[in-house]
Design a protein around this ligand. Sequence first.
Ligand code: NAI
Length: 466
Amino acid sequence: MADYDLIVIGAGPGGYVCAIRAAQLGMKVACVEGRGALGGTCLNVGCIPSKALLHASHLFDEAGGHFAKMGIVAEPSLDMDRMQDYRAEQVKELTGGVAFLFKKNKIDWIDGWAKIEGAGKVSVAMNEGEAKTFSAKNIVIATGSEPATLPGVEVDERRVVSSTGALTLENVPKKLVVIGAGVIGLELGSVWRRLGSEVQVIEYLDHITPGMDGEISKQFQKILTKQGMTFTMESAVQGVDASGDRLTVTYRNRKDESEETVEADIVLLATGRRPYTDGLGLEDAGVAMTKRGQVETNGGWKTSVDGIYAIGDVIDGPMLAHKAEDEGMAVAEILAGQHGHVNYGVIPGVIYTDPEVANVGKTEEELKAEGRAYKVGKFPFMANGRAKAHFATDGFAKVLADKETDRILGVHVIGPSAGELIHEYCVAMEFGAAAEDIARTCHAHPTLSEAMREAALACGDGAIHV
Ligand code: NAI
């Protein structure tokens, strides 16, 4: 008899959710995690600590800005040690919360680093004591991702940092250079700009946040520029020289091939992430990989070896915690004989800057490429009463619907609480709704959600308040 029905490798949002769902469905489950805490990148060095710092720095910014306009007289000053303690406390509570859920669901946490010895067999280099081997009917690989490297840029997590080091800086850098205008660069760049850094973002492409709806991306860059972030576009970073007191970043302008340098106190490398499979023994176990270093799966999260599955950042698709969670639940359900499913057409994406940026479904560029006839309904937050009262009028909501059937195809929002507002449309899209369905749904007044309804109205006879 096997030790377990299921061994999950990695306790990030994909792995721990998979373990919990499997236990709920009656399986005997263990989860191998070697970092000393549960929750993976997301809870320890990603989503949660970054959102803590985004929240704190946003309030600091507001206190120094809009507070006075509302009659709140406050001269904010920064206690960086306390802010960092607050970040660490949030992480501790949430990772502890996962440990509690494991206990509640009778899931064994195997504290060490796993290697797959073949179907049904996992050896673990335990953090304490001797290596152990465990057997299981099924194995799920949920080992996530790690920051990608860039030739010429050596990350020391002190002065040249990845997203991990950028969360634990002890002082506000005078000048921060961010390499890459993607999600990580813009979120963490926002944190340090609000706390007082001069932030320069160097981006390879001619637009920020690749893959985002073009109109939103342009507006986003405008707003961030207005806030004081500077952008050096179409420039490829060649290297960072860390030999002097200050760092020297060299980049090549892609238009005229000229090379320039800029000095910085801290450099954040944020040029993407790559699947993490070190030490897992996948090659020896016969698990096939894609050319991009991802674990190959068959669409049902099955790898090339029977009884071994993979989910989350380590396989194809967007590297998002909630995508991994959904895959984790689906695999557990499949292993329990149910019909686990993930609708990849309705996975929202959110950037937690201020304003927030959120999207679900197709971009205009994608619809054009498909040759699909569509209509656009837009509504600016400037015309939303609640947003106006909050001094949060930057941005707009945009709904893309099929020209003939009115079915919602994509939604893109830049504006206050966009990351919450988007979910009304996620539900609607799961039900195959038309823009008119949202337009005819009563929305409470005064709410930011009214802007979402107005954008749907704009797909029909027109929005009311513009
Ligand atoms: P990204 O792929 O979003 O952006 C990387 C950027 O770096 C791109 O714009 C790329 O053109 C640029 N770049 C690449 N090489 C360069 C060079 N040599 N010089 C200048 N620019 C260069 O990657 P990022 O921001 O590191 O995020 C990694 C992953 O983590 C993404 O998949 C993202 O979705 C995920 N993530 C999601 C979050 C969220 O949902 N809020 C938060 C943080 C990360």
